[in-house]
Design a protein around this ligand. Structure first.
Ligand code: SF4
Ligand code: SF4
Length: 388
């Protein structure tokens, strides 16, 4: 048996497609394990956002998370930090910045996250994505990549534009074995709110997930949308539920865009950690300085204490990844009430709405009068090797 001659070799898509399906199934399985793990105990972080480099190649005028000069955090130090997050049993580790692809050993760092049995994600401006770079991210084992696109044409606020990035999106659609989410943005700094709809539509056309983010001020607080921006927001929402993640099923963001407070408890410092380039733990990108404890010394007691602390900034917070983390905790303590609330609120707005399969499965397991509920729970713990 030799190699197939080139003329008879299967076309790349024929090879790539089943491979992508297989990888997706594996990823969903690991996510399900992560979910079960998060449900089992609240004494570990669900998400840690870690900064491998503060420098960015762009300079979006609304951004307070970058500089133009910082060197990359040394690789050995980054590996120590990832190992520490692994020891704290962190489920998801997200590289952010600055621009994380400027770190020369990002692939090695991603690999280490996977070796520690966590889900590896990055948030990037996408400028350095070319086919070879995407293939190296595949090889490193990246699970998720998120790009924010702010407008259709670059302006003096932001160069993260569909025009500049569209070729990158096509390459991602062709080569990426990881999941891609495109985040469009609304807020007072964005000159053409209708661009957010074009970005969301393009994301859907290419088969990506799409989210919409609301710009916050320097404290992570909301700026309510005006009527024009609200119209665009509703149009994006109308593109279909398949575009939106679990968090968007909830009312958090709908209150946020209207400038209404959200009654929630922020678990930052415990279930969500932000690790700056100095290796200090902060609540989030917009509340740096609290508790500012070195990650190397962070303990389970710190996690429990900081997660429980009330945060004065919570009612008008727009940091959606922390909201999502909090929702998992709500689900953990009150699964039936949380899920029933999410479904009821969504149906109130759209009586014809049908929950996606994942929510229907949870609905069946938690909401129906099923004497099998405990049985399902026990099976899940066994399957995910989490039972005591
Ligand atoms: S690309 Fe991202 S990190 Fe860089 S300036 Fe813009 S928003 Fe900030
Ligand atoms: S409520 Fe939590 S996530 Fe939001 S700004 Fe405050 S500390 Fe950060």
């Amino acid at each position: 048996m030799g190699l197939l001659p080139i003329a008879e070799a299967p076309a790349p898509d024929v090879v790539l497609y089943p491979m992508r399906v297989l990888l997706k199934i594996q990823r969903r399985w690991r996510e399900a394990r992560m979910f079960a793990h998060a449900m089992k105990s609240k004494n570990h972080p669900i998400v840690a956002q870690i900064i491998p480099i503060r420098r960015c190649n762009l300079a979006c005028t609304y951004c307070n998370e970058f500089d133009k000069h910082s060197p990359p955090v040394p690789t050995e130090e980054m590996l120590r930090r990832i190992d520490k997050l692994g020891d704290l049993r962190t489920s998801i580790i997200t590289f952010s910045g600055g621009e994380p692809t400027l770190h020369p050993d990002l692939d090695l760092l991603i690999r280490r996250v996977r070796d520690r049995d966590a889900i590896a994600t990055i948030i990037t401006n996408g400028y350095y994505l070319v086919p070879d770079r995407i293939k190296r991210l595949n090889a490193a084992g990246l699970d998720y990549l998120q790009i924010s696109i702010d407008n259709v044409l670059p302006d003096d606020v932001s160069k993260k534009s569909l025009k500049v990035l569209d070729q990158k999106l096509k390459w991602l659609s062709e080569y990426a074995e990881f999941d891609v989410t495109i985040n469009s943005v609304l807020g007072s700094e964005i000159r053409q709110p209708e661009d957010a709809f074009e970005v969301a539509r393009r994301a859907r056309d290419l088969g990506f997930h799409s989210t919409v983010g609301i710009l916050h001020d320097g404290d992570g607080q909301l700026k309510p949308l005006n009527s024009n921006q609200m119209t665009v927001y509703e149009r994006i929402f109308g593109l279909g539920s398949g575009l939106f993640s679990f968090a968007h099923l909830d009312a958090f963001q709908r209150n946020t865009v209207r400038g209404l407070p959200n009654p929630w408890h922020c678990p930052a410092g415990g279930r969500f950690l932000y690790i700056c380039e100095e290796g200090l733990v902060h609540y989030c990108s917009q509340q740096r300085g609290y508790p500012a404890i070195p990650l190397a010394n962070y303990t389970k007691e710190d996690i429990i204490r900081e997660a429980a602390k009330p945060k004065g900034c919570a009612p008008f917070c727009t940091i959606s990844c922390v909201h999502q983390t909090a929702m998992l905790d709500d689900f953990r303590t009150r699964p039936r009430e949380t899920l029933a609330g999410i479904i009821a609120r969504r149906k109130e707005r759209d009586p014809a709405w049908q929950p996606p399969a994942s929510v229907r499965a949870l609905d069946y397991m938690f909401l129906r009068d099923s004497h099998l509920r405990e049985f399902f729970g026990a099976i899940a713990l066994k399957l995910f090797r989490l039972s005591n």
